[in-house]
Write a protein that binds this ligand. Structure first.
Ligand code: HEM
Length: 213
């Protein structure tokens, strides 16, 4: 098992499986957060359901493990690629052979990780461990966006996440999909559409509550 996880193909498969899992998490998380637009009752009810449902509670641990594995394997894959790339070719035009997103996966990934640490502190830790006093979950979330700096950091992070996903989505299929070549173009465009949906969907929430606050 250890040998598989440290082999080049093993690393890629772990990256793509955990990547799929995180893609599903993002769809669920965005759907729940969009209920903020339906007003306090809708969001507080969704939040209550997430906090009490047994399946969701178990999934949270699996989610945390998925994130950690994805990050560790991502960093180790990057380090391995770097050492393999230490002999540089003279005729190498990266901009012609790869995209901005694919060349910068490690950087967009690290920046999204920094956002995630901040984000868990802002909401998850406050709700689960610190306590939010008289505020409802809806008020906690919407009040945060009254700060333009907070909103700006969040929107920048969502754009970076979108760039990360625009390569990550199709890459996840490439590493595991047997029929990848047949659907290459379709997956590429689906990946781009998905990335835009995630970046725009989360940003719309941040910007809307920033403007009405
Ligand atoms: C406008 C955008 C977002 C809002 C308003 C938001 C809101 C929240 C809230 C309220 C929680 C606490 C849920 C609870 O514990 O009951 C939470 C948790 C979390 N968020 Fe976000 N989130 C946003 C974007 C994101 C993005 C883009 C990511 C991933 C890159 C993310 C990852 C997480 C994770 C991993 C957790 C902890 C697990 C969980 O409680 O579901 N969030 N978020």
């Amino acid at each position: 098992m250890n040998k598989f996880l440290t082999s080049s193909i093993g690393r890629k498969i772990v990256m793509s499986l955990t990547g799929f899992f995180l893609i599903i998490f993002l769809i669920v998380h965005l759907s729940i957060n969009l209920s903020l637009f339906w007003g306090p009752n809708a969001f507080n009810e969704a939040s209550e359901f997430m906090a009490t449902n047994g399946v969701i509670q178990v999934m949270q641990y699996i989610l945390a493990a998925g994130f950690i594995l994805h990050i560790i394997q991502g960093i180790s894959l990057e380090l391995k690629n770097r050492s393999a790339r230490s002999i540089k070719y003279v005729v190498n035009k990266p901009s012609e052979n790869s995209t901005f997103a694919s060349r910068n996966m490690i950087y967009t990934g690290i920046l999204v990780l920094l956002f995630l640490i901040l984000h868990l502190w802002d909401f998850f830790v406050q709700l689960k461990f610190v306590g939010i006093g008289n505020l409802t979950d809806y008020e906690l979330v919407t009040n945060r966006f009254s700060s333009p700096l907070f909103t700006a950091i969040y929107v920048i992070a969502f754009v970076l996440l979108g760039i990360h996903l625009s390569h990550g989505f199709q890459s996840a299929f490439q590493s595991t999909g047997a029929n990848y070549n047949k659907y290459k173009k379709c997956l590429k465009y689906t990946g781009i559409a998905f990335s835009i949906l995630i970046a725009v969907g989360f940003s719309a929430i941040a910007l809307y509550f920033s403007f009405i606050n």
